[in-house]
Design a protein around this ligand. Structure first.
Ligand SMILES: NC(=O)c1ccc[n+]([C@@H]2O[C@H](COP(=O)([O-])OP(=O)(O)OC[C@H]3O[C@@H](n4cnc5c(N)ncnc54)[C@H](O)[C@@H]3O)[C@@H](O)[C@H]2O)c1
Length: 245
């Protein structure tokens, strides 16, 4: 139970990697606040987690400053503290630059980069006055190498690395750690729907020879959330099976 007693917020947690992270932290003794944009999706996630009161859902848009502050307030009201904040919420609007609309560029930057900044700021503000904490920002290998068709997403995910390092320098004195993770190709519905020849080509680029599992991302989040990583801040951990090293 390596996060027993800790209280964690995970944004965009109603499905995908955020739900896997929630499940992992709950299993290791944390209480978890899941945020997402739809009450129905949160209700489904909470029913699936069956967490007997250790998890609650809060509807909140990651890029809305008032929503983000409300999440801090509700978390502290419900569970009395805030130790871990994972900025995980995300969307994609892929297109080549020639076809990408300005709106889709702005939207992806808004959810990922502004959302991560707002979450980091709100969490750090509470944690620095209350003995510290761990903030985990979900970047992507796309932010390291750049993906054609993802100029918006790659820019946002690279920006998350810069903001995490800058924030780590600002709040380290107060025991607040800020780290980023960069998942590679993780076995989510998006990967499953790739044509076979694309899957084969991608697999050939991965030294470990397979796609990652959501639980393998959740395990790294658990490590960063826990005191096992107490001397890490400003780091970027790639979870890619060695692809693009
Ligand atoms: N799946 C992968 O292979 C992979 C690889 C690298 C990085 N990532 C990153 O991991 C994170 C989770 O991805 P996923 O694959 O689980 O995606 P997903 O689409 O399954 O989950 C994302 C969640 O974020 C929520 N969301 C969207 N906009 C939001 C907003 N404005 N406010 C709050 N919640 C919002 C969605 O409703 C959804 O539940 C994202 O940041 C993504 O960029 C994923």
């Amino acid at each position: 139970m390596i996060v027993a007693g800790k209280v964690a917020v995970i944004t965009g947690a109603a499905g995908g990697l955020g739900l896997a992270m929630s499940r992992r932290l709950l299993a290791e003794g944390a209480r978890v606040v899941l945020t997402d944009i739809s009450q129905e999706a949160l209700d489904r996630a909470l029913a699936e987690l069956d967490s007997s009161g250790s998890a609650v859902g809060v509807v909140a848009r990651a890029s809305d400053p008032n929503d983000v502050e409300t999440v801090v307030t509700k978390t502290v009201t419900e569970f009395g503290r805030l130790d871990v904040w994972v900025n995980n919420a995300g969307i994609t609007r892929d297109a080549t630059m020639r076809k990408m609309s300005v709106e889709d560029f702005d939207l992806v930057i808004d959810v990922h980069l502004r959302g991560t900044w707002l979450g980091t700021r709100a969490a750090a503000n509470w944690m620095r006055d209350n003995g510290g904490g761990s903030i985990i920002n979900v970047s992507s290998i796309s932010g390291k190498v750049g993906n054609a068709g993802q100029t918006n997403y790659s820019a946002a995910k690279a920006g998350i690395v810069g903001l995490s390092k800058a924030a780590a320098k600002e709040v380290g004195f107060a025991g607040v750690r800020v780290n980023a993770i960069q998942p590679g190709l993780i076995r989510t519905p998006m990967i499953e729907s790739m044509p076979d020849h694309v899957k084969t080509a991608r697999l050939a680029e991965i030294p470990l020879g397979r796609f990652g599992e959501p639980d393998e991302v959740a395990d790294v989040v658990l490590f960063l959330a826990s005191d096992l990583s107490r001397y890490l801040t400003g780091t970027v951990i790639e979870i890619s099976g060695g692809r693009n090293i």
